[in-house]
Design a protein around this ligand. Structure first.
Ligand code: TMP
Length: 207
């Protein structure tokens, strides 16, 4: 039987990395074999995306949207580290960001229906079993980013973009509410409280 595919979403600074690690521990503790993966991926396409996000290479928003979709297909089908491969081995896959990010970020910056269609209608972009959204407002997102030890901000990390992105996440969740399994979690709480809510949401897949 295929393993379960769980996606974690949220604004930059929402605590995704910490919560993914805690969820990995939680699920491993139940005896599951868990892999954590992320988008953009480690593929050549992922490298091109990172160069664009850092501002090192200038690309249009449409180019970036298309690169993300291509990288996501690669993420699904790569014969070594692809999601399909891992799930077919019965492993649980946790993914840091997925097509909800493309809708929220590139959907805002380009054409919503084009980005949504490219991702949702692709035969090689699998629908997750669960999407967990860690919800924080932009002030908290900026504050958490600034308190980190990072020396640069990516092109989307400014208040206007964060406000627009959060709104777009909600637009995506409304559009997908009868299609995808989405759980929104208030991530302004303590790490422990958020982790408990995340674990509870994930546990519903393993009853
Ligand atoms: P992160 O690795 O810190 O989450 O950053 C990845 C950045 O990529 C973040 O700013 C959001 C952005 N992103 C998109 O714009 N569209 C996408 O489809 C994905 C997966 C990420």
């Amino acid at each position: 039987m295929d393993g379960k595919f769980i996606v974690m979403e949220g604004l930059d600074g929402s605590g995704k990395t910490t919560q993914l690690r805690l969820l990995e521990e939680h699920l491993s503790g139940k005896g599951l074999i868990v892999d954590v993966t992320a988008e953009p991926t480690v593929s050549t396409l992922g490298g091109m995306i990172r160069d664009a996000l850092s501002g090192y290479i200038r690309r249009t928003d449409c180019e970036i949207a298309a690169l993300f979709a291509a990288d996501r297909v690669q993420h699904n089908v790569n014969p070594v580290w692809g999601i399909e491969k891992l799930l077919s081995q019965g492993r649980t896959v946790l993914c840091d960001r997925y097509y909800y990010s493309s809708m929220a970020y590139q959907g805002t910056l380009t054409d919503w229906d084009w980005v949504a269609g490219m991702n949702l209608n692709s035969p090689q972009i699998r629908k997750p079993d669960l999407c967990i959204f860690l919800d924080v407002d932009y002030e908290r997102s900026m504050a958490r980013m600034n308190s980190g030890n990072r020396t640069y901000l990516e092109i989307y990390e400014n208040p206007e973009m964060l406000i627009a992105t959060r709104k777009s996440y909600y637009r995506a969740f409304e559009q997908l509410k009868d299609r995808d399994n989405i759980v929104i979690i208030d991530a302004a709480r303590s790490i422990e409280e958020v982790a408990a809510a995340v674990a509870k949401a994930a546990d519903t897949l393993f009853l």
